[in-house]
Design a protein around this ligand. Structure first.
Ligand code: PLP
Length: 431
């Protein structure tokens, strides 16, 4: 497979963009390669600038539930564009979008649109702090909530600690109010609440961890978070930027039957355009300016083009809920096929699947938290990734990311993927 045009673009890109990419994972560094540049996508396939075609398991990291360039989704979009792309004053589609989300999520009485998942979580935390008049927040190691300062933390030494910044440029003072607990470990949460409970504004969690591979939250854990936040008067925030409208129409909160106080959305609700949203109980959301005193704004928030695409995407999903079952069936098919390959090869690897979220960990489980996930063999993953790429399959270019499926992935592609998976694992584990 030739990548000359991608290589040329990458060389040029590195002169003008740090690392040649606008988001680090795209640089393919953790698999030791250079990125491929994409020309176009259709259905479950994408074509790079060298004419190579791939079955795509990134799907823009989740937004593309219907696959690339879905005709129904794109129909009429020119007309929307022709009317103007941004006004800075309200449009009807913003109302429709908000009403749609509120009707789809019983825990959400009101919602505010933003432009990314990062903005959604950052704003939700500000509102929760304003609402409770408290400072501290609790997050979990391995959960990703975008790149706002207060959330770029990992736990320091010891089991319960104040977070330490994971990036230069984040002052230690900025994260001193971020407490980091262990995912799926209620004891670590109880400890911080016993110590700091009266000053904890919010607990933010990915109900299904999707940024450390796939690590589903245990039901008792999420219920435990619901109970303890209620007991202490803290706000429970579900970051459903991946899971919302993806693992089920009603997101993880529907699957687990647990209602958070606030929810963050992103990815899927924009259908590939830059969108995020945060919402929750009325009395909390009424803290937001201009009703309340908590400031939050955005020049392009509720952008009409993005709203039209997102609204249409969500309506297609609502009217075709069989898509969710079908996506899960596809994930099960991959899970089964890959598990058979693992058995045949006698290697140490584990498929973790939750609904249609899927990850192949190159180590033996269990995988309940960040530390356990870190056992994986990232060097073998790099070999595996390259072998798959050479066979025309684009996986997430990092071990600790979820694979994403779309309605456009068909049996034939899944079977081909399973066949290649066998060959690629064989090579990876011989090295
Ligand atoms: C992707 C993601 C974010 C950040 O969203 P951006 O649009 O990239 O800023 C936040 N939370 C979760 C769970 C995500 O997967």
């Amino acid at each position: 497979m030739k990548h000359c045009n991608s290589e040329k673009l990458f060389e040029e890109a590195q002169k003008y963009i740090p690392g040649g990419v606008n988001s680090p994972v795209r640089a393919f560094r953790s698999v030791g390669l250079n990125p491929i540049f994409i020309e176009k996508g259709k259905g479950c396939k994408i074509k790079d600038v060298d004419g190579n075609e791939y079955i795509d398991y990134i799907c823009s990291w989740g937004p593309l539930m219907l696959g690339h360039s879905n005709e129904e989704l794109l129909e009429g979009i020119e007309e929307v564009v022709s009317k103007g792309t941004s006004f800075g004053v309200p449009t009807e589609i913003e109302v429709k979008m908000a009403k749609f989300i509120v009707e789809a999520y019983p825990s959400v009485d009101m919602v505010r649109m933003v432009n990314s998942g990062t903005e959604a979580t950052m704003s939700a935390l500000r509102v929760a702090r304003g609402y409770t008049n408290r400072n501290k927040i609790v997050k979990f190691e391995g959960c990703y909530h975008g790149h706002s300062d207060a959330l770029l933390v990992k736990s320091g030494s010891g089991t319960i600690t104040f977070g330490v910044p994971t990036s230069p440029g984040v002052p230690a003072d900025t994260v001193k109010d971020t407490l980091v607990c262990r995912y799926n470990d209620m004891e670590s949460v109880k400890e911080v609440f016993q110590k700091y409970g009266d000053d904890i504004a919010a607990v933010i969690v990915e109900p299904v961890g999707g940024n450390m591979g796939v690590v589903p939250g245990k039901k008792e854990f999420l219920q435990g978070l619901r109970d303890i936040t209620k007991e202490y008067g803290a706000v429970l925030i579900f970051d459903e930027v991946i899971t919302g409208f993806r693992i089920a129409f009603g997101g993880a909160q529907e699957v687990y039957g647990i209602e958070p106080d606030m929810t963050c959305f992103g990815k899927i609700i924009g259908a590939g355009l830059p969108v995020g949203a945060y919402g929750g109980k009325k009395e909390i959301m009424e803290m937001v300016s201009p009703v309340g005193p908590v400031y939050q704004a955005g020049t392009l928030s509720g952008n009409p083009l993005a709203m039209h695409m997102g609204y249409k995407n969500l309506n297609i999903l609502k009217n075709n809920k069989h898509i969710y079952d079908e996506l899960e069936q596809k994930a099960i098919k991959l899970e089964k096929g890959i598990n058979e390959n693992i058995k045949k090869l006698g290697i140490k690897a584990t498929v973790v699947r939750f609904k249609a979220m899927l990850c192949l960990f190159l180590a033996e489980g269990p995988f309940d938290n960040f530390q356990e996930v870190m056992k994986c063999d990232t060097e073998k993953y790099a070999v595996y990734f390259k072998e798959m790429l050479d066979r025309g399959i684009l996986l997430p270019p990092a071990q600790f990311e979820a694979m994403f499926l779309s309605a456009a992935h068909g049996d034939e592609e899944l079977e081909y993927t399973i066949k290649c998976n066998y060959e690629a694992l064989k090579v990876a584990f011989q090295k």
